[in-house]
Ligand binder design. Structure first.
Ligand code: ADP
Ligand code: MG
Length: 729
């Protein structure tokens, strides 16, 4: 293997040859392969050179076992397998050059530096060291021959390398080149690349010695069907690619070895969700049969008729609810597609079957809006709509809980408060969750457990306004059935969107004056770093004051997350009733308010928000017949990525397309709202990059479940881990 590169001043160790003596014996393990401790149970400290200090550093980035080391793949590679003639260098190349020292001098310019001129017959190059020892200086003398690795840069006097790694040729063994591309690992504080190379060398040697400790879970026929290399080969290739490996293919993640690992990881996730679903399908749920009496009564009273898409989805749900296994259905529909009434129909079916229904929304404001819609629609049918929020306290709360537990309350609307410890239901048949993208798999499972009653679990209906691209939906929601409301109610006009800098604020203010002067209403949305609600509220307060002063003839209202619910409600009610012209708000209005007369929306600093969120905000206008406008007023300068994102919004009103772009520009964690929870964060796979293999993963998952069920659990354990509790039943 390789020879030791010396960095200019720090003396680093490692990188030498490895042999089996470097590997600590595993206590109690016989050398026979069949009895070897599997790598997922062998701690990193089993590798020589990894002591408690390094183990702790590795743990911080989730590397705890020998298997973790093997799955910790390089980010990129350097080519130290060949020498590049100085005459053919290109700017920015990271290369090995070799030559004789023609000149070595200390310069006392702005910074003292050692300059060494190296020539190889095809050209010359200056090595520049700002830190150097006396011994180094003496060694780097005219006449000696060097090999260097570094980045070639055009300097004032021709080609340069600043602080290259170098070695003197003529040392024993000095002439050998690296045999493989040099990996560069993602790392953490205190772990140098040389340490990584040393550790991975040892893990690879161990793999060579006992390949059975990293079992191949993908059956041979499946590998053949999808033309995938075996696991050991893929791992070895990616840690130490041969000199002729294409760096371009590797950096695109397109090499079969990478695809093989991504495939296995995606497969494991897919399987974990399918197991969850299987397990779910084995559960019992109350069949909610109804004659549709309530539903008929509601539809008769509605001022509109359902769209085809609403009718289709309502039927799908109705069918699910009649079964004796729990429904687990996600309804996707763009903002304004009319999900609420579909949810109401589902609720009516459960109520008619004499079961309880809980409807949960992620914010107080949205929950209130649902409560109001449901009251408007269901109270005329003689159904009480009860309300529970985190703000219910003391005696009133207890009385309410009592009525829920006794079954006197059949329909309960609220926030997360619905699923607190002390809320018990009498016969909960259906749970409806709005805006699902903020809840993850874990919450879905917790909710189900909450409603468990004598072995039966409630049906679940999940609604999201974030249209999720199909491939991603299949990957993220393999535990759910998905219905799509892919049609907007008739008569909606698209919202014309413009993107302008806040240096033109005055024009925008005039525009508000014009719109409101003509009898329309407007929103002015202030955004700020999401973490700080206090600052966001403050910004909204200031904006409201400034706008009120600039527009004395308008009635300006303010709503933000720090108002008391009563105050918030009062402001919203006045805006809805047309008693306010301009509503200044924070992003709390993202989901919720429905005011058809509002036709203008200004969003300040839209560059801070994701596309899906902006699309939702914008969905607050364009609800009436008038042509609506949205002004995205950004703060310059915009990054290239932000510019692109805002352009997407200007060009399109199609939630699915916007979601697809959001996915490309920000990644799946953001789109699904699971960035914090770590869901959809893969070790190796990249849902965007690996989209083409997703359908194959689906196929493979089915084949594995059918033909090799015994391999499912170990695969899931390898990639998804125990944290998911998928395997507990
Ligand atoms: P979302 O899917 O964003 O939750 P809502 O359920 O809030 O949408 O519906 C948006 C608006 O459209 C509401 O005012 C609702 O009453 C109305 N609506 C729903 N379905 C129809 C329909 N088929 N025709 C006309 N208006 C409808
Ligand atoms: Mg909604």
């Amino acid at each position: 293997m390789g020879w030791l590169w010396r960095a200019a001043i720090c003396r680093t160790g490692g990188g030498g040859r490895i042999d089996s003596r470097d590997v600590k014996p595993v206590p109690g393990a016989a050398p026979r392969e069949s009895e070897v401790v599997p790598f997922d149970r062998r701690p990193v400290t089993a590798l020589k050179g990894v002591g408690p200090r390094n183990a702790e550093r590795l743990r911080r980035i989730g590397v705890e076992t020998v298997q973790d080391v093997l799955f910790h793949l390089p980010l990129r590679y350097q080519d130290r397998t060949r020498v590049t003639p100085i005459g053919s260098l290109r700017q920015g190349d990271q290369v090995v050059v070799e030559g004789d020292i023609e000149l070595a001098d200390v310069h006392f310019g702005r910074r003292r530096s050692l300059l060494v001129r190296l020539a190889d017959g095809s050209g010359s190059l200056t090595l520049r060291f700002f830190h150097f020892s006396t011994a180094q200086r003496a060694a780097l003398a005219r006449g000696s021959r060097l090999r260097c690795f570094g980045e070639a840069r055009r300097g004032p006097t021709g080609w340069e390398m600043v602080h290259p790694e170098y070695k003197q040729l003529g040392e024993p063994g000095g002439g050998e080149m690296e045999e493989s591309l040099t990996p560069v690992y993602p790392t953490t504080e205190g772990m140098h690349q040389l340490s990584w190379r040393g550790i991975s060398d040892k893990a690879l040697a161990l793999l060579e010695e006992c390949p059975g400790a990293l079992p191949e879970w993908l059956p041979g026929p499946l590998l053949a069907q999808f033309r995938l290399p075996d696991l050991g080969r893929a791992i070895r290739y990616l840690h130490r690619p041969p000199p002729d490996a294409s760096q371009r293919v590797l950096s695109d993640g397109a090499h079969p070895a990478q695809q093989r690992l991504a495939f296995e990881e995606l497969l494991a996730h897919q399987l974990s969700l399918r197991l969850l679903r299987q397990r779910h399908n084995r559960e019992a749920a109350p069949p909610l049969a109804s004659a549709g009496t309530y539903a008929g009564a509601l539809l008769e009273r509605l001022p509109f008729s359902l769209t085809g898409a609403q009718r289709r989805v309502a039927e799908e749900i109705g069918h699910d609810l009649g079964r004796s296994h729990p429904m687990m259905r996600l309804v996707q529909g763009d903002v304004g597609s009319g999900k609420t009434v579909v949810a109401a129909l589902a609720a009516l079916q459960a109520l008619e079957a004499r079961h309880q229904v809980a409807l949960m929304a992620p914010t107080e404001l949205l929950a209130e809006q649902h409560r109001d819609s449901f009251r408007r629609w269901l109270e005329p049918l003689g159904i009480e709509v009860a309300w529970l929020s985190g703000r219910h306290k003391g005696r009133a709360r207890e009385a309410l809980l009592q009525r829920i537990a006794s079954g006197e309350i059949r329909l309960l609307v609220g926030t997360h408060a619905l699923f607190q410890e002390d809320v018990a239901f009498d016969a909960l048949g259906l749970v409806i969750i709005d805006e699902q993208h903020r809840f993850g798999v874990h919450q879905r499972m917790a909710l189900r457990e909450k409603g468990r009653d004598r072995g039966a679990v409630p049906h679940q209906l999940i609604m999201t306004a974030t249209p999720i691209p199909r491939t991603l939906a299949m990957t993220a929601y393999a535990d759910l059935d998905v219905s799509v409301i892919d049609e907007l109610p008739p008569g909606r006009t698209p919202v014309a969107t413009v993107v302008i800098p806040d240096s033109r604020r005055q024009e925008v203010v005039e525009r508000v004056r014009g719109a409101c002067g003509a009898g329309r209403q407007a929103y002015w949305v202030c955004t700020l770093i999401e973490e700080s609600e206090a600052l966001q509220c403050q910004a909204a307060e200031e904006s409201a004051a400034v706008l009120a002063e600039a527009l004395p003839q308008l009635r300006v209202g303010l709503v933000h997350g720090r108002l008391r619910p009563r105050e918030k409600e009062a402001v919203m009610a006045r805006f809805k009733a047309g008693e306010l012209d301009l509503l200044v708000a924070t992003t709390v209005i993202e989901v919720g308010v429905d005011v058809p007369n509002a036709s203008l929306m200004i969003i300040e600093n839209p560059e801070r928000l994701g596309l899906a969120q902006l699309h939702q905000l914008r969905g607050r206008v364009g609800r009436g017949a008038a042509e609506s406008h949205c002004v995205l007023m950004y703060h310059a300068p915009l990054s290239g990525n932000a510019r692109q994102r805002l352009a997407v919004l200007r060009e399109s009103g199609d939630g699915f397309l916007i979601a697809q772009k959001d996915l490309e520009l920000r990644g799946p964690g953001e789109v699904l709202g699971t960035r914090q929870t770590g869901e959809m964060q893969f070790r190796i796979a990249d849902v965007m990059r690996d989209q083409p293999i997703l359908p194959k993963v689906q196929q493979a998952a089915q084949r594995l479940l059918d033909e090799y069920p015994e391999r499912v659990a170990p695969l899931v354990r390898r990639w998804v881990g125990e944290r998911e509790r998928y395997l507990s039943a």
